[in-house]
Design a protein around this ligand. Structure first.
Ligand code: HEM
Length: 331
């Protein structure tokens, strides 16, 4: 079923409880409205062009925002601060947990245009958040606003991403990683539903298909789907081959990912696990009711709310951090 409403503006009130950082309150809607009125428009047009040139780019930009926000180091808060954009041998982007993350050039292109329009005003961290939002809308997902005013971080180190969520982790551990960030179980499920667009490399399928505990394949895979997955990602085959994370719906932001998860057609192992835990299963099921389009809850609106929550994780505001001149280097 198509997402309803697909292109309806959803204005997210900033009153919900978000991540644990008190500075999040300093983000605001329209932060650049007087200092760089064209900021949102410039990011939007760069994202549009990049998606036109490369249909994979919407998913890439959505994933980039997650990986920017989600670095995990006990007691050290990195959060959505553009640290993943920094270049360098030991820079965070090279961490194992960030494998395959791309989209840096799109952010840099937007930054260059923003610098000529209003120098030193718009942070790279905000560009990443706005680009992810525009990528969702361009894929047919909800149109929503994000607060801005994030500042760019002053550190970027591979060690900051040693504990990114991994597909093979137990569901409770994955859940905890989101809870530790101040997000809810509902956010956890909805944010994982970002896999409604994009692809995964066979590299991430190997354990699920050939080396699952017990020595065979993940028993939650629908028997009809298993041969299809095995054909796309054969044992000892090319691990770089890519397949849609949401079967038959790679480019469309819709709720088919939830249906696929429920029916044993999840591709990414951690997505399949969402239906193995009572709490997360309830959230998945809550969007599958026959009257959801009338009485809710609405997947698109709730996804947007969870994205806004994720975008507030440990942000830097005010005089913290800096506004970089280029996104790949500190000033
Ligand atoms: C338990 C948490 C998560 C795990 C274990 C996970 C894992 C993965 C993996 C293994 C891939 C394939 C990467 C590749 O082959 O290049 C992927 C792709 C992707 N992830 Fe996640 N992910 C998680 C949460 C999220 C969240 C919260 C978002 C965004 C809100 C997200 C957005 C995406 C997108 C859009 C793609 C497709 C990227 C592309 O097509 O290049 N993921 N994820």
């Amino acid at each position: 079923m198509a997402l309803i409403p697909t292109l309806t503006a959803i204005f997210i009130a900033c009153s919900f409880i978000g991540p644990h950082n008190s500075v999040m309150a300093q983000l605001e809607f329209g932060f650049y409205s007087s200092t760089c009125p064209k900021a949102e428009q410039i990011v939007n047009s760069v994202v549009q062009q990049s998606v036109q040139a490369n249909s994979r780019m919407a998913a890439i930009l959505l994933r980039l925002h997650f990986h920017d926000c989600f670095v995990q180091v006990p007691l050290l808060f990195y959060g959505c601060d553009g640290s993943i954009l920094i270049e360098g041998d030991k820079a965070e982007k090279h961490a194992f947990g960030h494998q395959g993350v791309q989209g840096f050039d799109v952010i840099e292109t937007a930054k260059a245009q923003l610098e000529s329009e209003c120098r030193g005003v718009v942070s790279c961290a905000d560009i990443v958040a706005m680009a992810a939002r525009d990528a969702v809308a361009l894929s047919g997902g909800p149109v929503y606003q994000v607060q801005t005013g994030r500042r760019d971080g002053l550190t970027s180190n591979t060690s900051a991403a040693v504990d990114m969520p991994e597909v093979t982790e137990p569901i409770q551990q994955l859940k905890n990683k989101f809870l530790q960030k101040g997000l809810s179980v509902k956010d956890f499920v909805l944010l994982n539903a970002a896999h409604t667009i994009g692809t995964t490399a066979c590299f991430f399928m190997t354990d699920r298909l050939y080396n699952f505990p017990g020595g065979t394949s993940d028993p939650t895979i629908n028997p009809v789907f298993l041969p299809e997955l095995e054909a796309t990602c054969p044992k000892n085959g090319d691990v770089n081959v890519r397949l849609a994370a949401d079967r038959e719906s790679e480019f469309k932001f819709d709720d088919s990912i939830l249906r696929n998860i429920r029916n044993g057609f999840a591709v990414i192992e951690s997505d399949a696990k969402l239906y193995t835990d009572a709490e997360t299963k309830n959230v998945v099921d809550s969007y599958m009711g026959p009257l959801n389009f009338l009485i809710g809850p609405n997947f698109g609106a709730d996804f947007a709310e969870s994205m806004v929550n994720m975008g507030m994780i440990d942000v830097k505001t005010g005089s913290q951090g800096q506004i970089r001149k280029v996104c790949s280097a500190f000033n």
